[in-house]
Ligand binder design. Sequence first.
Ligand SMILES: N[C@@H](CCC(=O)N[C@@H](CS)C(=O)NCC(=O)O)C(=O)O
Length: 208
Amino acid sequence: MLRIYGRKNSSNVQKVLWCCDELGLVFERIDMGREFGGNREAPYLALNPNGLVPTLVEEDGFVLWESNAILRYLARTRGPAGFWPQQAREAAIADQWMDWQTNSLNVAFTPIFHGLVRQGPQERDAAAIERSREATQRHLAMLDRHLQRSAWVAGDAFGVADIPLGIYAYRWYAFEGIARDSLPALEDWYRRLRERAAFRERVMVGLA
Ligand SMILES: N[C@@H](CCC(=O)N[C@@H](CS)C(=O)NCC(=O)O)C(=O)O
């Protein structure tokens, strides 16, 4: 059986759990990280030298870390046709948005998430939160413009590239009391994500 290490309230772990459920994969999940610890100890570092979650371990001992690499691997090895795009250009678009999630959207979003969810009112840096809110809004507007022309992130059907970005849609719309500009294409995509049982089960689980 596949083994996934990582606490289920981690966004990067949620990506993998959601993907596994979409593909109907059976797996064992082992709590690891933050409140569970273990991720800075030698046995786990031998699997993932970053000390971060998630890590995937296959039946034969093959180990993989970096959540988006895990998604691509599961999509290529276990996904139905099209879940990882077959055409080079569609696959490149999937790669583009998945890399953008890690390198751009995540950077914009992390301060507002930490400020509103992880920090108490006394510790909060209101200016940093506002800068992050504006940056996230600007990034989501880019995704909205893309979704005006493309039903899903990488083409006409739901696929693996929707997963890393869908995590942010949930978190963004779950924040209470923040200003949000209307982004109709993004909102429609988010409505369609909420129709998916795996998204509701793995991602719409509160902010922690
Ligand atoms: N680029 C990595 C980032 C992994 C990462 O930052 N994981 C966080 C949780 S979302 C983590 O392990 N934090 C330490 C902890 O949970 O103890 C990936 O996408 O897998």
